[in-house]
Design a protein around this ligand. Structure first.
Ligand code: CA
Length: 222
């Protein structure tokens, strides 16, 4: 999934970006509040990891701005300030979770998965569409009882389609979910990944909606 990291500490920002990438996410990292605000207007993120003490626009102000315009992207606050008041302020300003530095990268990844799960209205840890099961935590996919090996991008694409089962996702939306800034997107990348997924899973698993995009599961009634 695509994640925005807002952190002005260079070492920590690097570490969080690298750690979340290793867990299979597409991660953009910005180091001040205004840059975060610009990124959030331009892109769609599954979740935001937000430091509170930031140059130009504080994390709390950014969060308030975001919520004031009804942007409900899940936000996890990451901060060294371990006071009860900070936590209360952050949560009251619209944060969904809180992690105090120093923290464990595995725990950050798990908390983000939990936030995205709740936000997508699919509270079960496993995603299921037909006889395909995807485990976001273990990064495993099964077709019936058979484990299926996927590349990082194939996995990310399948996860996006399964989280949105019944909805058509456009190629642009899928590219957004798959690629961070600076990562070259080849013009037919999504088609190629879909082709591989169909071959590895089931030719009928992903439907093409001509001129619109791709869909898994039964289409929602409109
Ligand atoms: Ca800071």
């Amino acid at each position: 999934m695509r994640i925005l990291v807002v952190e002005d500490d260079t070492l920590l920002g690097h570490a969080v970006q690298a750690g979340l990438r290793e867990l299979g996410n597409a991660v953009d990292w910005v180091s001040d509040g205004m840059a975060a605000e610009r990124a959030l207007r331009a892109e769609t993120y599954a979740a935001i990891v937000l430091d509170l003490g930031l140059p130009r626009l504080s994390g709390l102000d950014l969060l308030r701005t975001l919520r004031a315009r009804k942007d409900s992207t899940p936000v996890l606050i990451l901060t060294a300030r371990d006071t009860v008041e900070d936590r209360i302020q952050g949560l009251d300003a619209g944060a969904d979770d809180y992690l105090v530095k120093p923290f464990d990268m595995g725990e950050l990844g798990a908390r983000l998965r939990a936030l995205v799960r709740r936000a997508s209205g699919a509270p079960a840890p496993l995603l299921r569409v037909g006889d395909i099961t995807l485990d976001p935590a273990a990064r495993g996919v099964r077709h019936g009882d058979r484990p299926v090996e996927l590349s990082l991008r194939e996995f990310a694409l399948l996860e996006a389609l399964m989280r949105n089962a019944g909805r058509v996702l456009t190629r642009a939306q899928l590219e957004q979910a798959l690629y961070a800034w600076g990562q070259e997107v080849e013009s037919n990348a999504v088609e190629v990944h879909v082709h591989h997924l169909r071959r590895k899973l089931d030719p009928a698993a992903i439907r093409t909606v001509r001129g619109v995009g791709y869909l898994m599961g039964r289409a929602e009634q409109v």
